[in-house]
Design a binder for this molecule. Structure first.
Ligand SMILES: O=C(O)CCC(=O)C(=O)O
Ligand SMILES: [Fe+2]
Length: 342
């Protein structure tokens, strides 16, 4: 049994009314197909076939897992252990990271607004540590915890290695659009957005009443997720929920909203959620990569012609983020706001 307590000091042993979702938002876990999962792609295979597989998965699922990605299992385990040790610190120690929304490194829990009573907030069953990261510089390290002692060092190493994997994926996804390999990289602009979100899901006494994370799409360009060996991520496919199988030393990759827009709808940014379970703690970290605030995002001109009209209008990325904050706590329809009438 872990020593975890929520940052507000509460104990997660019983499910408080503030966590109980309205019926239409509950997970209905018994309806989730246990045997299906998302494609698994071996990054060590021949580059031509690799591109084909990644393109197909990005079109059909918006999600895939990669193995043989080159990041050591030891480093990944170190990252997840450090996150768990930090979130399991007593609330007094986490207090340094709670409160103010503008903080660079912040501990909080997400909530959903009840559409029938918008002032009512329903908490989700996870505690989040969110901060920036960077693949080449160590500047972000100073906002990270010093307890456990290894948090900063592990994060620095992890970020560098994830940066290499992300760059390779961007190159493959660019070529998969029939474009030059630096296409997506260039599109992100001068100062791309790098955000990390560590998710800690304590065991939940009644997993049917709550969610770990609400149904959402990721809003940046590309996401890489490392998680512990406990299932919890579910993805929509053909209007049904699929449970993502957890494989040793694999990363889950998913297409974000900006890549759906830039690829003019070819690559899909797909709805997903996390669910909880009664007995095991689950830990994950999502590494998000996206455009510069000032970057202009819109369908690549190279992909637009009479047969393929643009599905979205161009926007400054900061404009997208403003719309995202407006919709906070509600069912998110952010990219829909930028759709062009067809
Ligand atoms: O915990 C996971 O596996 C996924 C987390 C996720 O979807 C997110 O942080 O956006
Ligand atoms: Fe996500």
């Amino acid at each position: 049994m872990s020593t975890f307590r929520w940052a507000n000091g509460a104990n997660p042993l019983s499910i408080d009314p503030q966590f109980i979702l309205p019926e239409d938002k509950r997970p209905f876990l018994f309806e989730v197909a246990p045997m299906d999962s998302i494609p698994v792609i071996d990054m060590a295979m021949n580059e031509g076939i690799l591109i084909e597989k990644i393109v197909k998965a990005s079109e059909e699922y918006g999600f895939f897992q990669i193995i043989n990605h080159g990041v050591s299992e030891e480093l990944c385990r170190g990252m997840l252990d450090a996150i768990a040790a930090f979130i399991q610190l007593p609330p007094e120690e986490k207090a340094l990271f709670t409160g103010n929304e503008t903080k660079d490194g912040r501990v909080f829990s997400y909530f959903l607004k009840d559409e029938n009573a918008p002032s009512k907030k329903i908490s989700l069953w996870s505690e989040i540590f969110s901060h920036f990261w960077h693949p080449y510089t160590d500047n972000f390290i100073r906002v990270l915890p010093i307890n456990p002692l290894e948090y900063r060092e592990v994060s620095g190493k992890f970020a560098k290695e994830i940066g290499v994997v992300m760059d390779r994926l961007l190159l493959i996804l660019s070529r998969g659009l029939g474009l030059k390999e630096d296409f997506l990289h260039t599109r992100l602009g001068k100062n791309p957005t790098y955000r990390a979100q560590a998710n800690y899901y304590p065991p939940c006494p009644d997993p049917e009443m709550t969610l770990g994370l609400a149904v959402h799409t990721d809003i940046l360009l590309l996401t890489l997720v490392l998680s512990s060996k406990v299932q919890g991520l579910q993805v929509i496919k053909d209007e049904k929920w699929l449970s993502v199988e957890t494989l040793p030393n694999a990363f889950v990759i998913n297409i974000g909203d900006q890549l759906q827009v830039i690829s003019n709808g070819k690559y899909k940014s797909v709805h997903h959620r996390t669910v909880t379970n009664k007995f095991q703690t689950r830990v994950s970290i999502a590494m998000f990569y996206g455009p510069d605030e000032d970057a202009i995002v819109g369908p690549a001109e190279e992909l637009v012609d009479d047969d393929h009209p643009p599905l979205y209008r161009n926007y400054r990325f900061a404009e997208f983020m403003e719309e995202f904050y407006q919709q906070k706590g509600l069912r998110r329809r952010v990219k829909e706001h930028f759709e062009l009438p067809q």
